[in-house]
Write a protein that binds this ligand. Structure first.
Ligand SMILES: Nc1nc(C(F)(F)F)ncc1COP(=O)(O)OP(=O)(O)O
Ligand SMILES: [Mg+2]
Length: 217
């Protein structure tokens, strides 16, 4: 996977937009410069069935209008059904090599990791990128592993220099630098964009913070 596509990885589900139109929030984020998008539809009131499928299609169409990869979280069947650009799975979402067999070699496969062992296993089974987190505490995902801080990114990046890494968990404009300097190619956020009054401006500022950190300024 092109590491540049991980600079600002926006993750969204209909439960994260506080009553706003999720497609409007997504387009604002795309205009603000997000470089990758993940549909993460879960929690009370999450879309299902035909409503979920057509929402996923609409998100994919929007992402492709901005030349941004469209990734589906957890739901491999949905990812295949809507011909997503990739799928993202966690440690509890099934066997990584089985998912790779299901999606084939060309679809992107992202894997959540929390320690070096999980990162090595993900790399060995052909993950195109890994998420490492939660870097900081987050209110968005209630069932996270303990907070691990940017240090884990540094350890994994030094062991697997060729594997694209994105940090996730409680990240913001102020907290982006440490993760990038530790070796991540970018940051993944939900509430830092979806929870803001102006998602476009929030995405623009986050992108700027990541860019500055990547140039080592
Ligand atoms: N969704 C995610 N996306 C990323 C990404 F790398 F894309 F930033 N990293 C980590 C997660 C967390 O994934 P998971 O552990 O399966 O929990 P959930 O399915 O609740 O998100
Ligand atoms: Mg998952």
């Amino acid at each position: 996977m092109d590491k540049k596509k991980l600079k600002l990885y926006f993750i969204l589900g209909t439960v994260n937009v506080a009553g706003r139109d999720p497609l409007v929030v997504l387009e604002e984020a795309l205009k603000g410069g997000v470089t990758c998008f993940q549909l993460r539809e879960k929690g009370p009131g999450a879309l299902e069935g035909e409503a979920l499928r057509s929402f996923a299609e609409a998100c994919k169409e929007l992402c492709h209008r901005y030349n941004v990869p469209f990734i589906v979280n957890d739901d491999v069947a949905l990812a295949l059904e809507v011909k997503a650009d990739g799928v993202h799975i966690g440690q509890e979402d099934g066997d990584i090599s089985a998912v790779r067999r299901q999606i084939g070699p060309s679809m992107l496969l992202g894997v959540s990791t929390h320690n070096v062992e999980e990162a090595l296993a993900a790399a060995e089974t052909g993950a195109d990128y890994i998420g490492i987190g939660p870097i900081y505490s987050t209110k968005t995902k209630t069932d996270t592993q303990p907070v691990i801080g940017p240090e884990m990114v540094r350890r994994v990046a030094s062991l697997l220099p060729g594997l694209p890494i994105v940090g996730i968990g409680g990240l913001s404009e102020r907290k982006a630098r440490a993760v990038i300097q530790a070796g991540a190619s970018g940051i993944a956020v939900i509430s830092a964009i979806a929870g803001q009054d102006d998602p476009l401006e929030a995405a623009r500022r986050l992108k700027g913070a990541v860019r500055l950190s990547l140039t080592g300024v």
